[in-house]
Design a protein around this ligand. Structure first.
Ligand code: ATP
Length: 234
């Protein structure tokens, strides 16, 4: 569904992705893991058209999307969910959700998406008239994911959904990610929390300072000695 080949991205003259190659098959959860600054957020922002690409190729559903504008890419069903605090704090939950569906013109489709998303996130239903900024960190992350789902994605790119959240909330977030996959969406998950990610991922890639150094199934990476030593605190 997503095929990234030899992707290079720079900030000015500083190259931070040095030609990475990875792919995500339909229905998979794939994790890209790496330490702070490895280039994870850069990789997904390049895939979603937010950052310019210096080299390489990005294909989605068989089409070359390299260099395509971000809203075209959302329209094709590839939707990035930014880290949770990037919701609009001054807008209500409902208004934040409506913004997720900005490319959907059919009112009935919008209503259906909203009803579906509020079913998945009952807390957001309760708080739909509350300002986004008054939600807890976990709820803001849920809102960010819910807003992404409003666009009816074929594939979600999740940027560090567990960042800064208490373990019990992290459990809920990872449960929601599995539910979303069960409902038919494909997921690319970019995370520092290697343990939790590999537990739910079909496959994973390890990104170190702009290079992919290892790829395998989630199960195999969980027991890989170097992954254990560097990322699993063992
Ligand atoms: P984090 O968990 O900290 O977000 P990450 O793996 O997502 O880590 P990136 O945010 O993609 O890493 O950053 C990769 C490298 O690019 C880092 O060295 C970072 O300092 C640098 N970088 C990120 N954004 C910019 C920017 N706007 N301008 C210059 N350098 C940047």
């Amino acid at each position: 569904m997503l095929k990234v080949t030899n992707l290079k991205v720079s900030y000015g003259s500083l190259e931070v992705l040095h030609g990475i190659t990875f792919q995500v098959n339909p229905g998979e959860i794939v994790a890209v893991l790496g330490a702070n600054g490895a280039g994870k957020s850069t990789a997904i922002s390049a895939v979603s058209g937010i950052l310019p690409v210096r080299g390489g190729k990005i294909e989605f559903s068989g089409q070359d999307i390299t260099g395509r504008p971000a809203d075209d890419i959302v329209g094709m069903g590839l939707v990035q969910v930014p880290e949770g605090r990037r919701i609009f704090p001054g807008l209500t939950v409902r208004e934040n959700l409506d913004l997720g569906a900005y490319l959907i013109s059919d009112k009935k489709h919008k209503q259906e998406s909203l009803a579906k998303v509020l079913d998945i996130f009952p807390k957001l239903k309760e708080r739909r008239n509350q300002k986004g900024g008054t939600l807890s960190g976990g709820e803001q992350q849920m809102l960010a994911i819910a807003r992404g789902l409003m666009a009816r994605p074929k594939m979600l790119l999740l940027d560090e959904p567990s960042l800064g959240l208490a373990p019990i909330i992290v459990d809920r977030i990872f449960q929601v990610i599995q539910n979303i996959r069960q409902s038919g969406a494909t997921i690319l998950l970019v995370e520092q929390n290697a343990q939790r990610s590999l537990e739910i991922a079909d496959r994973g890639y390890i990104l170190e300072t702009g290079n992919i150094v290892l790829e395998d199934t989630g199960k195999a990476l969980l027991v890989n000695e170097s992954v254990k030593a560097s990322y699993l605190g063992a």
